[in-house]
Design a protein around this ligand. Structure first.
Ligand SMILES: [Mg+2]
Length: 393
């Protein structure tokens, strides 16, 4: 039937995995076509608030509408709900997931991979970097050994968090300003040095600073990361603090990346205009959906800035990220979590996740209809929290 298919039902799942707890949605049309979306807010506090928010937006703006109305629905969600303007991550995540699910369903209804609706594929294989390889490792030595395994598995790039501690539930805890001192600075530099020694000079290292470095220590830290051959330093400052980006020398000692917590095009525009950022990291699950993501990528291209999509939720989020990245000419790399499935207690909700298909640091873009992955109902049904139906059915 194509784009005239009407959305008749929706299911909301909250996946309770160790370390990540994503909320995802599956739409279903009157022709049986499905569409999957991921809200992106899968860590930190507040994730319990996502399913009811998502359900409210689905009920008020989506059920009963045809797939051809997907752009109108996004506009209604963006301009007709009050809180989507200057949205925080929860609201923007809910809107993004709906936009994703509508795009996925539309592409499946048309029988084309999603990237065909995003301008068309310009990459068939995407360079990825590995994150999450440290989950389940409780000491520095264990983490360094795990990093060696990542390289032995064929990965050519990986990310580390030298300022965090992992709590007993494997969550990453960034330091508060009250905990900051020069010993933390030293231990961060030492960690990256040990990691560099362990993985060798040919492996690309990304360093996430979690938005917590005070200005007086930033030059020393960024300079040390430059000397250790770090590919980019992510979020050196609080993501709301654009003044520190303006304050950074140009060019920064090491390429600076940011963007995972930004929502809406104007926020990205302000950060790109600081001149301090070399890599922008929109999250298609959080920034506002596929339209905002592609707009950010195009805006970045106008500033000669490359895109490394942030991606840290479910395999649905990864599948959308891959489709979006395939259409971005100025792509730097894609964030992936290939080792989550090895964490004890992890439940895979997809029948065909993309992460196991990474080979030598590259991921081939699926060309099946939509995002190219499907929910495994035998696993996902345990995480179903809401089922919504069009009212008159
Ligand atoms: Mg980050």
């Amino acid at each position: 039937m194509g784009l005239s298919e009407r959305i008749t039902s929706a299911e909301v799942y909250r996946i309770l995995n160790p370390s990540l707890r994503p909320t995802v949605v599956r739409l279903r049309t009157d022709a049986g076509t499905v569409g999957l979306g991921d809200t992106g807010v899968s860590y930190g506090a507040g994730t319990e608030a996502m399913p009811p928010l998502l359900a409210e937006l689905l009920r008020t703006a989506v059920l009963g509408r045809p797939l051809s109305a997907r752009h109108e629905i996004l506009l209604e969600l963006t301009y007709g709900t009050f809180w989507a303007k200057r949205a925080g991550s929860l609201f923007a995540g809910a809107v993004s997931a709906i936009d994703q699910a509508l795009h996925d369903a539309a592409a499946r209804a048309l029988g084309v991979p999603l990237h065909e609706l995003l301008g068309g594929r310009v990459h068939t294989r995407l360079p990825v970097y590995a994150n999450g390889w440290y989950f389940g490792q409780h000491s520095e030595e264990d983490r360094l050994t795990a990093a060696r395994r990542v390289v032995a598995d064929g990965h050519r790039a990986l990310k580390t968090y030298p300022l965090v501690r992992q709590d007993e539930e494997q969550r990453l805890r960034h330091p508060s300003p009250a905990r900051w001192d020069s010993a933390l600075l030293r231990s961060a530099i030492d960690h990256v040095r040990r990691l560099r020694e362990r993985v060798g000079d040919d492996v690309r290292l990304m360093v996430d600073l979690g938005g917590c470095v005070p200005r007086d220590h930033a030059p020393e830290l960024l300079g040390a990361l430059r000397d250790l051959g770090v590919e980019f330093a992510e979020e050196p400052f609080d993501p709301a603090d654009e003044s520190s980006l303006h304050w950074l020398p140009t060019p920064a000692p090491v390429p600076v990346a940011t963007g995972e917590r930004l929502t809406g095009l104007a926020a990205f525009d302000r950060v790109l205009r600081t001149g301090a950022v070399s890599i922008i990291q929109p999250d298609v699950c959080l920034a506002g959906g596929h339209g905002v993501f592609q707009s950010v990528a195009a805006l970045a291209r106008g500033h000669s800035i490359r895109v490394s999509p942030h991606n840290c939720s479910s395999g649905i989020g990864t599948a959308h990220t891959v489709q979006a990245a395939a259409a971005v000419p100025n792509l730097h790399s894609v964030e992936t979590f290939p080792y989550l499935s090895a964490v004890p207690g992890y439940r895979e909700i997809l029948t065909d996740p993309l992460e196991p298909r990474i080979e030598a640091g590259l991921l081939t873009v699926p060309d099946r209809p939509g995002i190219g992955v499907d929910l495994d109902d035998t696993v996902a049904s345990a995480f179903l929290v809401k089922r919504l139906k069009e009212r008159h059915i």
